[in-house]
Design a binder for this molecule. Structure first.
Ligand code: NAP
Length: 496
């Protein structure tokens, strides 16, 4: 039976003002309605933003270790509910259960990590160039954050944003994807349970075009953190620039795995299958391009195609399923259209290329492999489905050149056993993350995650130096002069 959910505003679960609703179906079985959720509008956004604004005064003054403690308690509950939540991820979004559980584990790790940040939130203390003067930085919250998230990591990505935003002392208006509203609700329910003060975290369901825009334009929202497509991100950056808001945007990718002739080919094969077809190719980090050294091209490709053909498609809750459906009808049509373009531009189709025949009535597409050429549409555009374009490289330089020749810059990977080649690749690949002897998937939450070029806006997510703490706090510089006289920097300093 479908679950009816509500918005969460100022500590209360409430319907949208209009009372209108939308429904979300299981992508692996489209006759099953999973969730009925509010179709919110401007009025709901306005109430949520006002609640967040009011709550900010007190929350921003709450000691950071105490803010972190709420995250710690949330992590504990997430851990207890991992199985239940993992199944909801699979039902609502379609990824197979081990991946659904991985999604939840990422949120557990993230909440524990940022709970600890409550006791760090470091600034720096440096010497002053003048005597009897201190110089230091402290971190301050930014204000009300609008968080807008996609469907492909429906618990992990909200956790990437909510956990650091809260520990840094911000309050939040959270708009999840309309395709995973139940996952978002289950995550927010936990913060309600741990007693987070009213108004600190607000959840508003609805569509990007109706309420996303309202969040972006609202005068009381200070900053936006968005993860989603490059097209939506570009619009968000424009609107935020016009309204003077900070915008942290993590966007699409066209990631490549390079396999050199000296690579451990079995290892590379496992990586290429997981990178290309894990989550049905619906990861920003999916390896949708496979660049093979010409000496191993035929041999590797034969094995790659044979493995892809054997992948078992179906409902992700079944143990034998290796690949689930794509998320919705729109995505299904979009992926099939990209495949048609590939055929028209005469890329060589080796397997797949059409809807898959399955017992379930869902959005299943066969794992698809093309041999392509640099510059082709299917080699340049993010498809976000189970489609891999294979390219041939003459040598390392050529492979790196092909990998870099895209507007995106999220992730890249190289398989080689030659330490010199791996060293050159890690330096020359133009992406935010580089993997060596591992696929493009597998980021850990205690290092920054973010793309360059059209994949990111330079405000990474997750932990580590240069990660989310920088995105969700501002740095205040404090000079304290206790000399009792006017001291002029650069002028009263004498270097003999
Ligand atoms: P999307 O269509 O851009 O949507 C992302 C979010 O933005 C959704 O909540 C969406 O609302 C909302 N939105 C849409 N139009 C909006 C508007 N005009 N104003 C404000 N918000 C708006 O992306 P998606 O299909 O959900 O996700 C897939 C994309 O995300 C891929 O490109 C993938 O590479 C990228 N991604 C990137 C990362 C990363 O870290 N780099 C991670 C995961 C995914 P709706 O509810 O209406 O959809």
């Amino acid at each position: 039976m479908a679950v009816r959910i509500k918005n969460y505003i100022n500590g209360k679960w409430i319907n949208s003002v209009s009372g209108k609703t939308l429904e979300r179906r299981n992508p692996a079985n489209t006759s099953e309605v999973v969730t009925i959720f509010p179709r919110s509008d401007k009025r709901d956004v306005d109430t949520a933003v006002k609640a967040a604004r009011t709550a900010f005064e007190k929350w921003s003054r709450t000691p950071a270790p105490k803010r972190g403690h709420y995250l710690f308690k949330a992590a504990e509950i997430l851990e207890q509910r991992k199985n239940e939540l993992g199944k909801i991820v699979t039902k609502e979004m379609g990824k197979i259960l081990p991946e659904g559980l991985g999604d939840v584990q990422e949120a557990i790790d993230t909440c524990y990590y940022f709970a600890g940040e409550g006791r760090r939130l470091q600034g720096e203390t440096v010497p002053s160039e003048l005597a009897n003067k201190d110089a230091k930085t402290v971190r301050e919250p930014i204000g009300v954050f609008g968080l807008i998230t996609p469907w492909n990591f429906p618990i992990a990505i909200p956790s990437w944003k909510i956990a650091p935003a809260l520990v840094c002392g911000n309050t939040v208006v959270f708009k999840p994807s309309q395709f995973t509203p139940l996952c978002a609700t289950k995550f927010v329910e936990i913060f309600d349970e741990v007693g987070l003060p009213s108004g600190v975290l607000n959840l508003v369901h609805g569509t990007g075009s109706e309420i996303g825009d309202e969040i972006l334009k609202h005068k009381e929202v200070d900053a936006i953190s968005f993860t989603g497509s490059t097209a939506t991100g570009a619009r968000i950056k424009e609107l935020c620039a016009a309204t003077g808001k900070e915008a942290a945007c993590e966007m699409g990718g066209k990631n490549a795995i390079i396999v050199m002739d000296d690579a451990n080919l079995d290892l590379a094969l496992d990586g290429a299958i997981w990178g290309g077809f894990g989550t049905s190719g619906q990861r920003c980090t999916a390896a949708s391009r496979l660049i093979l050294h010409e000496k191993i091209f035929e041999k590797f490709l034969t094995k790659f195609v044979s493995r892809a053909k054997k992948l078992k498609l179906g409902n992700g809750l079944q143990k034998t399923t290796q690949m689930g459906p794509v998320v919705n009808e729109e995505q299904y049509i979009r992926v099939l259209n990209h495949i048609e373009i590939g055929k028209k531009e005469r890329a060589k189709l080796l397997t797949g290329g059409k809807p898959a025949k399955t017992k379930e009535k869902g959005y299943f597409i066969e794992p698809t492999i093309f041999i392509g050429k640099p510059g082709m549409h299917i080699e340049q555009e993010e498809i976000f489905g189970p489609v891999v374009t294979v390219l041939k490289a003459k040598n390392l330089e050529h492979a790196i050149q092909i990998a870099n020749d895209t507007k995106y810059g999220l992730v890249s990977s190289i398989y080689t056993q030659d330490v010199n080649k791996s060293a050159r690749a890690e330096k020359e690949l133009k992406t935010g993350l580089v993997y060596i002897n591992a696929p493009t998937i597998g980021a850990e939450i205690h290092l920054p995650f973010g793309g360059i070029k059209a994949s990111g806006s330079g405000h990474p997510e997750a932990g580590g130096r240069g990660g989310a703490i920088d995105t969700y706090s501002s740095v205040k510089v404090i000079y304290r002069d206790y000399s009792g006289k006017l001291q002029r920097a650069q002028i009263d300093v004498k270097y003999d």
